[in-house]
Design a protein around this ligand. Structure first.
Ligand SMILES: Nc1ncnc2c1ncn2[C@@H]1O[C@H](COP(=O)(O)OP(=O)(O)O)[C@@H](O)[C@H]1O
Ligand SMILES: [Mg+2]
Length: 254
């Protein structure tokens, strides 16, 4: 097994009396899609928020390439190469896809104009169409504002944005929950392409068949702890459900 890109060790997160995470471990390696599964309330979203800098652990360690790090905010996680796609499609609806891809990381014009804050919209549009083509995203109208795109296209823009900036890991919390069958297929293909570029993808999904189809490996959370890790090859939906609910876990591999 190659070295872990990102690792969580003994993460505890308390909210008052509620212990959302009780010593959770998690590991992700380069070039794999890992499913993070567990029943409602198992702590999946809390773990993702902590590993993407949106929340801080009460205690525990996060390692990137084996070095302990602190993600004080999402910016720190992004600097370390970790991007997140949220279920609620955090895009700016009035802007076109290129502007969304560069939101907060705009390219400035060269020279004095750039120093004065003028944006190089041509460069951004050019690079956007390159990323979009590389990832196989079919945008019907690259100049339309995101509000006018379909749910699937919006989610593709969100995934493309993460893919464009992620150097190590992309977390996706239920990225297809709001999508239809065809749109879901498009986003899943996009996730596989991102993985094939050597970036790790962590997928949270309630759809166990989808997890089996897309993920190379699965890590299972129950009551705020990792209770197992298994390869999806040869596993069944029943194996995943058993792992989530406390049955016997067939194979261990983290
Ligand atoms: N901000 C919060 N304040 C209080 N309790 C929270 C908060 N966020 C999560 N929790 C609790 O932590 C537990 C884990 O939640 P969550 O991480 O959302 O689980 P999952 O995503 O696996 O469904 C739940 O019991 C939830 O109610
Ligand atoms: Mg959740």
């Amino acid at each position: 097994m190659p070295k872990a890109l990102l690792e969580a060790r003994s993460i505890v997160r308390r909210f008052g009396h509620v212990e959302a995470l009780r010593g959770a471990d998690f590991t992700v390696h380069a070039g794999e899609i890992v499913g993070l599964i567990g029943d409602n309330g198992a702590g999946k979203s809390t773990l993702v928020k902590i590993l993407s800098g949106a929340d801080q652990p009460t205690s525990g360690t996060i390692l990137v390439d084996g070095e302990a790090v602190t993600f004080g905010d999402p910016h720190a996680a992004r600097e370390a190469g970790v991007e997140t796609v949220y279920q609620d499609l955090a895009l700016a609806a009035d802007l076109d896809p290129a502007a969304n891809l560069y939101l907060g990381r705009e390219i400035l014009k060269p020279g004095l104009l750039g120093k004065l804050g003028f944006l190089d919209t041509q460069a951004m549009a050019r690079e956007t169409s390159q990323v979009v083509r590389r990832l196989g995203v079919a945008l019907k109208d690259a100049g339309a504002s995101v509000a006018d795109l379909s749910g699937g296209q919006r989610q593709s823009v969100a995934v493309a944005r993460a893919a464009m900036w992620a150097r190590k890991v992309i977390f996706m919390d239920e990225p297809t929950a709001a999508l239809g069958v065809v749109q879901t297929e498009g986003v899943l293909n996009l996730i596989k392409r991102v993985r094939d570029e050597g970036i790790a993808v962590v997928l949270i999904s309630h759809n166990m068949q989808q997890v089996l189809d897309v993920c190379d490996r699965v890590e299972v959370l129950r009551l705020g702890r990792r209770v197992g890790a298994l390869r999806t090859a040869g596993a069944s939906v029943q194996d995943l459900v058993a792992a989530m609910t406390g049955g016997v876990i067939k194979e261990q591999a983290s």
